[in-house]
Structures are given as structure tokens and as C-alpha cells.
Design a protein around this ligand. Structure first.
Ligand code: SF4
Length: 171
């Protein structure tokens, strides 16, 4: 792990209810994306939704666990998402490369935010469905809520608040 100057008032561990609610929030957000792209099909299979889910599982669930979470102060601790605990079950401490992880995260999270929006617009152009329009609107505003408010709440209480490259609460 990098030598870091920690935010002394940051939480050593986040409460379990926080971890549960934040994970639930992410799962529901991704579920809206999955449903919104469901009708982009090939041979009756929702291939775009399946690729989206697989991408999240592999990149967020494995690659970033190794490069970000296994190299994080919260490795084997209850960070705001509990992913430090998860990473400790999957990888040795410092198994990954934090700089590489940050670079990957900077590409992956915008892709997860904007990719489904573009796919849902295409789906609507191909065939208008109220449910797809509903998912598009919900996914759009949910993404803004995450970026502008929810993300900051975790970072504001994080020990890495002032030193993390991805912090949304440096001030
Ligand atoms: S500052 Fe924010 S992005 Fe960085 S480790 Fe903490 S919660 Fe995660």
C-alpha cells in the first residue's frame, strides 16, 4: 500500500447498514440498466444486457478488486462498500497495481454510466417501449444522484478522503 496521510476523523470501518444500503443501491442501479437494454437482442437473447452484467462482474468484481481494493487502506476492513473485506477473500494484500487500477476505474465507471444510456436510446429508436424510456430516465437521474451526492457521502467519511485519486470530497 502507498504511504498515505490519512484523514484522522475518517471512519476506520463503516457500519454494516451503510454497506448493505450502498450495495443494494448499486445493484438496483445496475438492474435498471440491465432491464433498459433487455430488448437489444440477438436470437432472442438479451446479449447487450448479458455483456453489461458480465462486464460488471469481471471488471468491477474482480479486476478492480485486485488493483484498487487489495492495495487500499481498507483491505480486509469494512469500507463504505465492504469491498475491502471481499478483496481480502479473493487476493493477497497489495496483489494489484493501484495506479493501473485508478486508470481502469477512470474508464470503467463512465462506461457503466453512459454506455447503457446510449444503448437505451438505440433501443428506443429501434422500437419505442415505455419501460425502456422509464429505465432511461431513471438511470440518467440515478447516475447524476450518485455522482453529485451519494459518492461524496462515502468519501467524506473515508480515511483516504484527502489522498485518494478518486475522492469526491477532497475539500
Ligand atoms: S476517498 Fe472515496 S473513492 Fe477514495 S477510497 Fe475513499 S471512498 Fe473510495
Amino acid at each position: 500500500m502507498l504511504e498515505l496521510e490519512l484523514y484522522t476523523e475518517g471512519w476506520e470501518e463503516f457500519p454494516k447498514w451503510w454497506v448493505f444500503l450502498e450495495n443494494l443501491q448499486f445493484l438496483l442501479y445496475w438492474a435498471v440498466g440491465f432491464v433498459g437494454m433487455y430488448w437489444l437482442q440477438a436470437d432472442g437473447l438479451p446479449v447487450v444486457s448479458i455483456l453489461y452484467a458480465a462486464f460488471i462482474v469481471v471488471v468491477v468484481g474482480i479486476v478492480l478488486k485486485k488493483h484498487n481494493c487489495a492495495t487500499c487502506y481498507y483491505y480486509d476492513k469494512w469500507c463504505h462498500l465492504g469491498w475491502g473485506k471481499l478483496a481480502a477473500k479473493m487476493f493477497e494484500r497489495d496483489a494489484g497495481n493501484r495506479k493501473l487500477g485508478m486508470k481502469i476505474a477512470n474508464v470503467v465507471y463512465p462506461l457503466i454510466a453512459f454506455g447503457p444510456l446510449a444503448a437505451m436510446v438505440i433501443s428506443l429508436i429501434l422500437k419505442f417501449r415505455v419501460i425502456v424510456l422509464g429505465c432511461l430516465i431513471v438511470y440518467f437521474f440515478w447516475g447524476i444522484l450518485q455522482f453529485a451526492i451519494l459518492r461524496k457521502e462515502g468519501c467524506r467519511r473515508c480515511k483516504l478522503r484527502y489522498v485518494c485519486e478518486g475522492s469526491a470530497a477532497k475539500k
